[in-house]
Design a binder for this molecule. Structure first.
Ligand SMILES: [Zn+2]
Length: 239
């Protein structure tokens, strides 16, 4: 199985940002893990092409969770490639299909009354962005420890905390963990999500402890990219 980390670089709120979606490929499947901010499909395709991958052949999109920077271009992908199967946990499905209000929007609405008047217009723009994310039907539900039949197997690991139904993926053959947002990489330090962007911080920590049961050689963080070497030493929080 080929594992390719995409570098999607773009300007957001005046600063340059990079996200690192992953493409997994074997003879039968072409899988994209997470689908970016809104309006990034073409950039994804161009980035993949530089690695010799044609996203036109996409078979599945696996979503680690429903945040707008992970499902922002999902509807556009589905419109352009109608046969693509969308995969997520049962809990995240509720948000992706918009039966539940996005967690980030719930949090933003909660703090809105306490904001200074000068900050309120900007906050409302953020609310609008979150509200504008289109719902997409989830085709396949995955559960904790489920083994997906690609390469030597991809194990789904339920890693809630950042969101309620967050999943990470463990590639058995290469001992790579695709962490989604369960772990962030910042200057080679692994961090758990900031409490402001967490559903439940204690739950997030418990999820990381669960990862200690796995033999992990490399971690790919959606924010921060690839960490090689001893990931336990790169942890910057108390367990
Ligand atoms: Zn997130």
């Amino acid at each position: 199985m080929n594992v390719t980390v995409l570098d999607i670089e773009f300007e957001y709120n005046g600063t340059m940002q990079i996200i690192n979606p992953v493409v997994l490929q074997d003879n039968d499947f072409l899988i994209l893990v997470d689908a970016g901010y809104p309006k990034q499909r073409i950039q994804f395709e161009e980035s993949a092409k530089q690695h010799g991958i044609q996203l036109e052949k996409l078979t599945h999109i696996i979503l680690t969770h429903h945040d707008f920077d992970h499902i922002g271009s999902l509807a556009e992908f589905k419109r352009n490639y109608p046969s693509v199967k969308i995969v997520a946990s049962e809990i995240e499905k509720e948000y992706i299909e918009k039966r539940k209000k996005p967690l980030r929007l719930q949090q933003a609405e909660k703090v809105y009354p306490s904001l200074l008047d000068k900050d309120k217009p900007k906050a409302l723009i953020f609310h609008k962005i979150l509200e504008s994310i289109e719902e997409v039907k989830v085709d396949e539900i995955v559960t904790d420890h489920q083994l997906l039949p690609i390469g030597d197997g991809i194990e789904v690991i339920f890693t809630p905390g950042h969101t309620e139904g967050h999943i990470s993926l463990y590639l058995k053959e290469s001992k790579i963990l695709i962490s989604g947002d369960a772990l962030f990489l910042d200057e080679q330090q692994l961090k758990i999500p900031h409490p402001e962007f967490a559903y439940d911080v204690e739950m997030a920590k418990a999820s990381i402890k669960k990862l200690f049961n796995y033999e992990i050689d490399q971690i790919i963080c959606y924010h921060g990219g690839l960490l090689k070497g001893n990931w336990k030493e790169a942890m910057s929080f108390e367990n």
